[in-house]
Design a protein around this ligand. Structure first.
Ligand SMILES: CC/C=C\CC/C=C/CC(=O)SCCNC(=O)CCNC(=O)[C@H](O)C(C)(C)COP(=O)(O)OP(=O)(O)OC[C@H]1O[C@@H](n2cnc3c(N)ncnc32)[C@H](O)[C@@H]1OP(=O)(O)O
Length: 279
């Protein structure tokens, strides 16, 4: 399985007898019969551009296409950054049509990952702000590497923007209403131990152990008979997904109007310039 479906540039290789495929922005491999590993690989910070979001969605669908695969580990090629979230340059002085398409790709990525028939385990290596936290929260289980300087959370308000309603809903579902009020309002980024204490993540592990722990967890989920497991996931998640599917174009409009406002643009521009102090 995992043959290219013509969506992505791909090259195939055999690593220790394991078939794996390297593509633009993502690497998909299958280290065991029932578990696939999807590595985010967009330097420098795995930010989600439209193309990156499309590549991740396509790779998830490809893994789902193998009937034997029951679980997926989502990891990063960068041991210090899981994902820096949405590619802010997509929202900085954008062309409107591209901005709308970008948002559709982000919505689709969320629907694909959150609604996957596969059990998904996030191996959160390092920083995971905003859209990175979205990726992690869309999984069934979250393991994060230790290191109190690593942060996860929804910091959108600090950029002068607001998380979309469905990301807010996902946050509330994950950590509860009160903590979400604090987290969203303050744009709080949690250290691994803080994230664990509010149930934003499920485990904190040593950096060198993260993949092994995530794989073990994925194998555990993969052993659960899929019929009941998937039905349970659908019960828990379909309401939210159906609502977004219904409101998709409305949500695109809200996003576009919000981002295109002059004040929002000023905030995004200033934030982007502050990053790394280099721009
Ligand atoms: C109605 C709905 C309305 C709106 C919804 C909008 C939702 C938005 C959700 C989001 O995801 S917004 C993005 C939020 N992300 C962040 O705030 C993270 C920003 N990045 C960082 O904090 C740091 O880069 C890091 C902690 C992840 C890593 O730090 P470090 O290793 O020191 O790297 P640098 O900061 O030097 O960055 C390297 C390089 O990458 C660029 N960059 C970083 N993050 C992004 C990003 N999210 N998008 C685009 N580019 C990013 C950074 O500018 C540097 O570029 P250079 O060219 O200067 O090397």
């Amino acid at each position: 399985m995992f043959a290219s479906r013509g969506l992505l540039r791909s090259s195939r290789r055999l690593v220790g007898g394991i078939s794996s495929a390297t593509r633009t922005y993502v690497n998909l491999s299958k280290p065991s019969t029932s578990v696939a590993v999807l590595e985010l690989d967009r330097a420098p910070v795995n930010s989600l551009s439209k193309e990156m979001a499309d590549a991740v969605s396509a790779a998830i669908k490809e893994a789902e296409g193998d009937d034997k695969v029951q679980a997926l580990v989502l990891k990063s090629s960068n041991p210090k950054i899981f994902s820096a979230g949405l590619d802010i340059t997509e929202m900085n002085n954008p062309e409107v049509e591209r901005l709308e398409d970008f948002w559709r790709s982000i919505q689709d990525l969320f629907l694909t990952l959150y609604g996957s028939r596969l059990s998904t385990v996030a191996a959160i290596e390092g920083h995971s702000p905003a859209g990175g936290c979205l990726l992690a929260m869309s999984c069934d289980y979250r393991v994060m590497t230790e290191g109190e300087n690593f942060k996860i959370g929804l910091n959108e308000t600090k950029l002068g923007i607001a998380a979309p309603y469905w990301l807010k809903d996902l946050f509330v579902k994950t950590i509860g209403n009160r903590e979400a009020e604090l987290g969203l309002g303050l744009g709080k980024l949690y250290s691994p131990s803080e994230a664990l204490s509010v149930n934003l993540i499920d485990e904190v592990v040593k950096n060198e152990d993260v993949l092994e722990v995530a794989m073990k967890e994925a194998e555990t989920w993969a052993k659960i008979p899929p019929k009941g497991r998937v039905a349970s996931k659908v019960m828990l998640r379909s309401e939210m997904m159906d609502e977004l599917r219904e409101k998709k174009e409305l949500d695109v409009g809200w996003f576009r109007d919000f981002i295109m406002e002059e004040g929002t643009q000023k905030g995004i521009d200033a934030y982007l310039k502050s990053l790394g102090g280099k721009k």
